[in-house]
Design a protein around this ligand. Structure first.
Ligand code: FAD
Ligand code: GLY
Length: 385
């Protein structure tokens, strides 16, 4: 699809938001010779991209009604190994990509029936998932609770250390020539004669031919855009915590999903436990109920966690669109592009988003895989009502 994103042969680009999405888009653009400035209201990478668990789960989380999204998730999953390799070389920083795969536990016979039903659907999409007996599951992870009913084995759902990822993206983007302006909130997008022409930040105007909205959960509140150009993105609160294992004798090696929680073991011995899903706006309170629910669910899967010290607890805000799928592509005004609304899979979707948006800005061509994810799917629905 050729859409002619820009008029100028070498556009200048302003990216609003220095999370995994904004930084990766900026890095890819700079690699193609584009002049890019990224703005963040805080330090780079401290939004959802800092809060996430870093799971690259295109298969185990696939649910009915998400066929187009599963295809996009899988396309990004395939890009991850080479993306990680290139980023580590470009930044000189490790990003902790681990490839042990994921186990989705059934604790009870009911869980087993539910997972096997879902597995039939997942197999119909050709996803590489396999049922494992309880004995086989515990052979792979001996510290799991003795009474489990079995698990779904997902050999291609891996993990990356998302905090290391954003640090590496920041370094690689800078090395490639991106200017990153931290603690510089974009107060409003500048528009003239119906097209975007730059951003107001830090008390001055930064002219740009293209403005990319990658402001995560805050994307809807960027001022200066007409109502129809504000992406319908809301914050979806997630609480998490990390326990501290002995890195030489970790309790777990795979990513494990269990009813009510997931567990993600890191190389440094941290065991992440997540996450709540709460429609509470930008409420950043940690709650006893949220943390209790996560710990109880994790303990039912892995009882030995009760001996582990707590390392950290935190809250993050997933950028959720109206249908929980991302919004990627051009806006209704020339020069305006979205890369937002990645909800629960923004780390997974980083490589495919960065490539697609950079290709669109430079070549004016949008990857057909991204066609279902434009803003127009919402405006078209309203017009048809
Ligand atoms: P963010 O990282 O939030 O970045 C947006 C940036 O925009 C922020 O730094 C913010 O400060 C900045 N900004 C906002 N407004 C302005 C402004 N006006 N001017 C300048 N800057 C501005 N995804 C996965 O793939 N796997 C997971 O395992 C996973 N686990 C998750 C667990 C939790 C608890 C949460 C909360 C999310 C999780 N996610 C996961 C989702 C993932 O974190 C997000 O989809 C992804 O990080 C979104 O990246 P982003 O760059 O769009 O947003
Ligand atoms: N993808 C994990 C989460 O959003 O909690």
């Amino acid at each position: 699809m050729r859409t002619g994103a820009t008029q100028s042969p070498s556009p200048t680009v302003a990216v609003i938001g220095a999370g995994a999405i904004g930084l990766s888009v900026a890095w890819r653009l700079a690699q193609r010779g584009v002049e890019v400035t990224v703005f963040d209201k805080d330090a780079a990478g401290m939004g959802a991209s800092h809060a996430a668990a870093g799971m690259l789960a295109a298969c185990a989380e696939a649910e009915p009604g998400e066929k187009g999204l599963v295809a996009l998730n899988r396309a990004s999953q395939v890009l991850w190994p080479s993306f990680a390799d290139e980023l580590e070389r470009a930044s000189g920083m490790p990003i902790g990509l681990r490839a042990e795969g994921t186990l989705v536990l059934a604790l009870t016979a009911d869980d087993q029936a539910r997972l096997k039903h879902l597995l039939t659907f997942q197999h119909s999409l050709g996803l590489p998932l396999e049922w494992l007996s309880a004995a086989e599951t515990r052979r792979r992870e001996p510290h799991l609770a003795p009474g489990i009913a079995g698990s779904v084995w997902s050999p291609e759902d891996h993990q990356v250390d998302n905090r290391a990822l954003v640090a590496a993206l920041r370094a690689a983007a800078r090395k490639a020539g991106v200017v990153i302006r931290e603690h510089a909130a974009v107060d409003r997008v500048k528009t003239d004669d119906g097209r975007v022409t730059g951003v107001h930040a830090d008390g001055r105007v930064f002219p740009a031919d293209v403005v990319i909205v990658a402001a995560g959960a805050w994307s809807r509140s960027i001022a200066g855009l007409p109502p129809e150009a504000r992406p319908p993105v809301r914050p979806v609160k997630g609480q998490m915590l990390a326990l501290r294992m002995d890195p030489k004798a970790p309790l777990l090696r795979h990513v494990v999903w269990s009813p009510g929680a997931y567990l993600v073991p890191r190389d440094d011995g941290r065991l992440l436990i997540g996450a709540t899903v709460e429609e509470k706006g930008f409420d950043s309170e940690l709650t006893a109920g949220g943390q209790l629910a996560l710990l109880e669910a994790a303990w039912r899967a892995l009882p030995a966690i009760e001996e582990l010290p707590i390392d950290e607890m935190w809250v993050g805000f997933r950028p959720g669109s109206r249908d929980d799928a991302p919004i990627i592509g051009p806006g209704p005004m020339p020069g305006l592009i979205y890369a937002t609304g990645h909800y629960r899979n923004g780390i997974l979707l980083t490589p495919v988003t960065a490539k697609a948006v950079a290709d669109f800005v430079v070549d004016g061509i949008m990857d057909p895989l991204l066609r279902p994810f434009g803003l127009e799917r919402f405006t078209a629905a309203v017009a048809a009502e």
